[in-house]
Design a binder for this molecule. Structure first.
Ligand code: ZN
Length: 82
């Protein structure tokens, strides 16, 4: 089994993400109702509504958002105290 970290995730012109590196290429589609925020067309996702592709792609995005939120909190706190 290929480690997910070696897969490539490429944004397409239509906003979907092409996932290459596994047995077959898959496509992630933005979906607010999906647990990870992304829907995948791989068999695993069809079976249990989640898969390593969606989870892995969502993770760095979430980490970035958390960092941004933390930075904003610091900026807000500074504003309040000055
Ligand atoms: Zn998948």
């Amino acid at each position: 089994m290929t480690p997910i970290a070696t897969y490539t995730f490429t944004q397409q012109d239509d906003g979907t993400i092409r996932v290459v590196g596994g047995a077959a290429p898959y496509t992630l589609t933005r979906d607010a109702a999906a647990p990870d925020g992304w829907r995948c067309d791989c068999p695993g996702y069809r079976y249990r509504q989640s898969c390593k592709h969606a989870a892995f792609y969502a993770a760095p995005v979430m980490a970035k958002w958390a960092r941004r939120k933390a930075a904003l909190a610091v900026a807000n706190a500074r504003e309040t105290h000055e």
